[in-house]
Design a protein around this ligand. Structure first.
Ligand SMILES: Cc1cc2nc3c(=O)[nH]c(=O)nc-3n(C[C@H](O)[C@H](O)[C@H](O)COP(=O)(O)OP(=O)(O)OC[C@H]3O[C@@H](n4cnc5c(N)ncnc54)[C@H](O)[C@@H]3O)c2cc1C
Length: 489
């Protein structure tokens, strides 16, 4: 059987490996981490468990599909539960907005803020559905390495007014200033500033109403355990704790990889699930790269960094929902500090994950497990994280203690955090960006890193930096694109 090496066991790499296995290839995944999952590692400490990265599951049929390839059923591997609300927004004046459930439930919540926005929301949803139909249903799993393809869909981009930002799209519908924030934060979930991200990402609204928001019992780590079992059952080889240093290229063909300990592994096809910019910057010698790939790396604009604080408490905060978005007083200005000025502000907005709201196995009895995430500038900013990390930790704990988690400071039993520097080291993320390159129109479809490497015949790319983009639905679709580009063995 011809051999495929997949570099990286993130969700994109996992999905690509299963798809290529189904096509009849001998597949081996090589990853530097100790377990599969990429950014979705799992940490355990003193009886508390923490999913390190993705926590919000949607479009779960994309997971099912991978089991169905082998005539298997996801329910035999993992239990997935739907959540309601999807997220609870908490605004600086203390008001709460429960987002999720049925359209009627969402309209009831909107009524509390601005009754006129009920009809505006319904119009927003109609527009979001139009974007979804083209951008997700028709194009998210289509290859875009060919400019003719790009040219053939450009009229859609104009019809959908994709040159607008998400913020401008939302503001053209919703009038309440708080609801405008709640409905425009979605680009942050894939690494973009709502004021710059193409309004194509407003498809997320319809996508969430169509498929809801889910949680895997046992967490994203349990979902990964299910995938690991499937991969091993199907004979995919996992080589972990192994860093790849070079892709060996001869006469425009990728021949194999060289690992950090100088081992050479040959392959007929290589699929890279490393951060796409990292691949071109570090794993392929410049002489083998096309000018277009070099230009993309040179002019790429990256997503923001993330400061993620994991903590376990000695008590339960039963009033806190599974997913909370805690908004600070500044919105546009804070985003501008993070994305444009690249300064670490004193204030922040936060995403708080409380898996124990759904699954008590994440913490000892009567305790809670949390992670709190603050978008911060990536490593293009000059921030000394050794100094700023502990200070930001204290500011976040103080803010939560004084608002929604009273007594937090005294109840923390265990805590640790990740800064953009850790994202750079742990996941080879260029500038420690949380989500690879940003979801801008100028970095979408043909303008994003292609799923077929530029100038190298048998090298393919999956994952957040490639088409269609970051987030679990995005990277799972990128594996479908690669699947469509490679013939059966
Ligand atoms: C904190 C956080 C929360 C998130 N929350 C959500 C969410 O709730 N829902 C959602 O849908 N998305 C979420 N995302 C986004 C989502 O997790 C990512 O977009 C997605 O997981 C990226 O998958 P990937 O396939 O690109 O690979 P990655 O997860 O980036 O994995 C790539 C792997 O390749 C390895 N690698 C890289 N270079 C090498 C090398 N040279 N040698 C060996 N191995 C290498 C890396 O170590 C890594 O293990 C979140 C992301 C973060 C960081």
């Amino acid at each position: 059987m011809p051999k495929v090496i997949v570099i990286g066991a993130g969700f994109g790499g996992i999905a690509a490996s299963l798809r290529l296995k189904k096509k009849g290839y001998d597949v081996e995944i090589v990853d530097q981490c100790l377990d599969i999952g990429g950014r979705a590692q799992v940490y355990e400490s003193q009886g508390y468990k923490f999913d390190a990265g993705p926590t919000v599951l949607t479009a779960t049929f994309l997971f099912d599909e991978l089991f169905k390839l082998f005539g298997k059923h996801i329910d035999d591997y993992i239990t997935i539960k739907s959540l309601n609300p999807w997220y609870q927004f908490i605004f600086p004046d203390g008001r709460k907005f429960n987002y999720g459930g049925s359209t009627e439930e969402i309209l009831c919540e909107i009524e509390k803020f601005n009754p006129a926005d009920k009809v505006n929301y319904l119009n927003l949803l109609k527009e979001s559905k139009k974007i979804f139909k083209i951008a997700f249903e028709d194009l998210s799993a289509e290859p875009f390495h060919n400019f003719i393809k790009m040219a053939s869909v450009s009229h859609h981009l104009v019809t959908l007014k994709s040159y607008r930002s998400v913020w401008s799209f939302i503001s053209s519908h919703i009038k309440d200033p708080f609801l405008r924030q709640a409905f425009s934060i979605q680009p942050l979930l894939v690494g973009g500033n709502p004021f710059d991200t193409t309004s194509i990402y407003s498809l997320i609204h319809y996508l969430e109403t169509k498929w809801g928001i889910h949680f895997a019992i046992g967490g994203t780590g349990a979902l990964l355990k299910g995938f690991k079992k499937l991969m091993l059952e199907e004979g995919i080889k996992l080589t972990l704790n192994t860093s790849v240093q070079e892709i060996i290229i001869e006469n425009g063909f990728a021949k194999g990889i060289r690992t950090k300990d100088k081992k050479i592994m040959n392959a007929d096809i290589i699929i890279s699930n490393t951060d796409a910019a990292f691949l071109y910057k570090n794993l392929i010698k410049k002489k083998h790269q096309s000018i277009s790939a070099k230009l993309k790396v040179k002019f790429a604009r990256y997503s923001m960094g993330l400061f993620v604080l994991y903590f376990g408490t000695s008590k339960k905060y039963k009033h806190i929902e599974h997913h909370t978005i805690w908004l600070g007083k500044r919105y546009k200005e804070l985003l501008s500090d993070i994305f444009n000025h690249k300064t670490l502000a004193e204030d922040f907005s936060l995403y708080l994950h409380r898996p124990t709201a759904t699954d008590p196995s994440f913490a000892p009895d009567d305790c809670d497990s949390f992670y709190v995430l603050a978008p911060v500038p990536n490593l293009q900013a000059s921030i000394n994280w050794n100094e700023e990390g502990p200070k930001l930790r204290s500011r976040i704990i103080k803010a939560l203690d004084e608002t929604i988690l009273p007594g937090l400071a005294e109840s923390i039993k265990v805590d640790f955090y990740k800064t953009p520097e850790d994202f750079q080291t742990d996941y080879c993320s260029v500038y420690g960006a949380g989500f690879s390159i940003a979801p801008l129109l100028s970095q979408s479809a043909w303008f994003r890193f292609h799923n077929k490497a530029e100038g190298i015949a048998n090298l393919y790319l999956v994952g957040a930096g490639t088409h269609p983009g970051a987030g679990l639905p995005g990277v799972l679709c990128s594996a479908k694109v690669v699947d469509s580009l490679i013939n059966a063995a």
